[in-house]
Ligand binder design. Structure first.
Ligand SMILES: [Zn+2]
Length: 54
């Protein structure tokens, strides 16, 4: 399963969650520190963008 890096939109804590893509779509990502669901996704280890230059 891909690993997603998030940054909390409230306390700015960075955290990593491993979940499937469907889980990510349906789950509310919660900050483990403050419980905020305002999370920014940081793609570092997993590239979701498939824009290819030909
Ligand atoms: Zn937080």
């Amino acid at each position: 399963m891909p690993t997603y890096d998030f940054r909390c939109g409230r306390c700015r804590k960075k955290y990593t969650l491993t979940m499937s893509i469907s889980d990510r779509d349906h789950k509310k990502v919660k900050c483990p520190k403050c419980g905020s669901v305002k999370a920014e996704t940081i793609f570092s280890s997993f590239s979701a963008k498939t824009s290819r230059k030909s």
